[in-house]
Design a protein around this ligand. Structure first.
Ligand code: ADP
Length: 599
């Protein structure tokens, strides 16, 4: 059996299952979330850009400072402090402004990130609760929520990081590269000539290492291509080493090769610094460059190195952030297969409340091979009470689910007053026509007033109290010191089973529904509570079409019609006495329950 079930699950329709493949990233959805934060975002971008521009300026200022020092050493004119004061104060000023800009853009960006993420969370929640029951059958709610929460988190941090670091790194790389060229075209030219050789050597060793590795390093190749595109490949070696770092963790056999590779690339990088100083020194001695320029060149090239390193990290972050975002967006735009609104309504005064299940076949979407109802037909005459009894698993609750349109039948139709319920407005059907009293009522951590009002959100306090009176709940509610404001649920007062049920009855009655579905409690109440609840139910069912899903038989003997269900079909129907005298399945059930009761 377990094996069959597993097979059934595998056949589940694809659209309701959480997919593992990454959907496309939808920019227009991102735009909808970013739009309200546009000013803050533009502010952040402007500040980040300003900070980056200053970072380009700072190496040049450092160069000026070094030139002042060099001149003082050469000429010994004036006092050192006086000479150095001007450029030093300027530089300090730049540092201060740069610090302020950085603080500013990080604050703004966090605000944008947090608000976008909060909006996404709210929209996502709203989208999820609109989904069909079938969607939640297929996707474990906890898993779904966890995964999407993690995805939003991932998306948020990527979003912030990519905007702040990405903008800064790109601006700085381009800006500093221009500075390098302005400071010394020759030195820059030299580096650009020397580097491809080093990069070439690195690539050869790298591809050798890659052959050793079992893992496909697509990302590494992408970094390589991107950097080639940026055409500035000065520090590719270090980036490559970073990439190789990752595979080192995964594949120990590569350890030795990587150690050599990293050692070599470190040597190469240090040689570049040494070479720059050497070549720069030559240029200084031939008066083509000042010592300050060399200083600027070194600092600017360090800035470029740092920026490129962070671009390489960002690249991975972009990929991760986009796939997380795409998954979230997919769930945001998910449409329920049973739309909540749209369709006809029958005006209250002409609603008769007759329900027909006609030739219904039904399998749950998660178990398509397992037919729960087989050509099931049943009429609920207006203002009559019909009870369905039978062994557990026979399909009783499924009938109620189809009436509420939690699912649509695979074949056949459910009709209300002769109209296919698929053509009717679902919000109206659930909100105003059908009252549902569940066997284990769920109370929210809120006041009794709000818990009853849940059945009709726009109900007045007087309506709530009247519903509570009809359901025999008013007396016990008033016996609490806080009356209707008494808090219930996890952190509120503990209500007895009978009290909870009466609140659930009030919640259903407040809609004044034409049809009442009672999914009867399996848990036995004590005799006194049962009497009060039964009294409330008797009053509640008067003048309404009632469907009782009965798990115990004692309470339904007065029903106008009792249907015995077995294997997705009605096998016996009649009144209590008719069925008893027939001596079939029903009388068996009665006998069995009596015997159990005596145990
Ligand atoms: P009853 O109310 O008579 O105990 P149900 O209508 O709850 O029976 O269940 C009928 C059959 O449908 C059972 O075999 C049960 O396992 C199956 N079933 C019930 N709910 C679901 C669901 N959400 N997904 C898949 N199968 C279900």
């Amino acid at each position: 059996v377990a094996c069959c079930e597993a097979d059934d699950n595998n056949n589940a329709p694809e659209e309701v299952i959480l997919k593992d493949s990454v959907p496309d990233f939808k920019w227009h959805i991102l735009w909808e979330f970013v739009k309200p934060q546009l000013f803050a975002l533009i502010g952040a971008v402007v500040l980040a850009f300003g900070a980056a521009m200053l970072n380009i300026q700072i190496p040049l200022m450092l160069g000026d400072l070094v030139n002042v020092v060099a001149r003082y050493l050469r000429e010994h004119s004036g006092t050192y402090v006086n000479e150095i004061k001007g450029p030093a104060i300027k530089l300090l000023g730049l540092y201060a402004i740069q610090g302020l800009l950085t603080t500013g853009y990080i604050i703004l960006l966090s605000r944008v990130g947090e608000r976008v993420a909060a909006d996404m969370r709210k929209t996502l929640f709203a989208s999820l609760i609109r989904q069909d029951v079938a969607f939640f059958d297929a996707n474990k709610t906890g898993q779904l929520v966890n995964r999407l929460t993690a995805d939003i988190q991932e998306f948020k941090s990527s979003f912030k990081l990519v905007i702040s670091q990405g903008l800064r790194s790109i601006t700085q790389t381009v800006g500093c590269f221009v500075s390098l060229y302005i400071i010394s075209p020759k030195l820059t030219g030299l580096t650009v000539v020397v580097l491809p050789c080093l990069v070439g050597a690195g690539a050869i060793i790298g591809s050798f290492l890659r052959k050793l590795s079992r893992l496909a390093q697509e990302q590494g190749y992408e970094y390589f291509c991107t950097l080639m595109l940026v055409s500035f490949i000065m520090f590719l070696l270090r980036l490559y080493a970073h990439e190789v770092d990752k595979s080192c963790e995964m594949n120990e056999n590569l350890g030795g090769g990587i150690a050599v590779f990293q050692g070599l690339s470190n040597v190469a990088l240090n040689c570049i610094v040494l070479g720059t100083i050497f070549a720069g020194g030559t240029l200084i001695s031939s008066d083509e460059m000042s010592p300050g320029d060399l200083m600027s060149f070194l600092v600017a090239s360090q800035t470029v190195q740092r920026s490129l390193a962070s671009i390489s990290i960002l690249f991975g972050q972009v990929v991760r952030g986009m796939s997380a975002g795409a998954r979230v967006f997919e769930y945001l735009s998910l449409k329920p297969t049973i739309p909540l609104s749209g369709g006809g309504r029958i005006p209250f005064h002409s609603l008769i409340g007759r329900v027909d299940f006609m030739n219904i076949s039904f399998s749950y979407p998660t178990r398509p091979g397992h037919e729960v109802l087989k050509k099931f037909s049943l009429t609920l005459p207006p203002c009559k009470t019909v009870a369905i009894v039978g062994e557990s698993g026979g399909g009783k609750s499924t009938v109620a689910s189809l009436l509420e349109r939690f699912y649509d039948p695979t074949n056949g139709v459910v009709m209300l007053d002769g109209l296919d319920i698929r053509t009717l407005d679902l919000a109206w059907l659930r909100g105003q026509v059908i009252g549902f009293i569940n066997q284990e009522p769920v109370l929210f951590g809120s006041s009794i007033m709000e818990n009853i009002r849940f059945g009709k959100p726009d109900a007045t306090d007087a309506e709530v109290i009247s519903a509570a009176k009809q359901s025999n709940a008013h007396r016990f509610i008033m016996s609490f010191p806080d009356g209707y404001n008494t808090m219930v649920g996890e952190r509120g007062v503990a209500l007895s089973g009978g009290q909870k049920q009466r609140i659930a009855i009030a919640r259903a009655l407040i809609k004044n529904p034409s049809i009442l579905v009672l999914d009867e409690a399996t848990s036995a109440l004590d005799a006194e509570s049962e009497r009060v609840v039964q009294e409330a139910l008797n009053r509640a069912t008067r003048g309404r079409t009632v469907l009782i899903i009965a798990h115990r038989l004692s309470t339904i003997q007065g029903a106008d019609l009792i249907c015995v269900m077995s294997n997705g079909r009605i096998v016996e129907a009649g009144t209590h006495l008719e069925l008893l005298s027939k001596g079939g399945l029903y009388s068996d059930l009665i006998r069995r329950q009596r015997a159990e009761g005596q145990k």
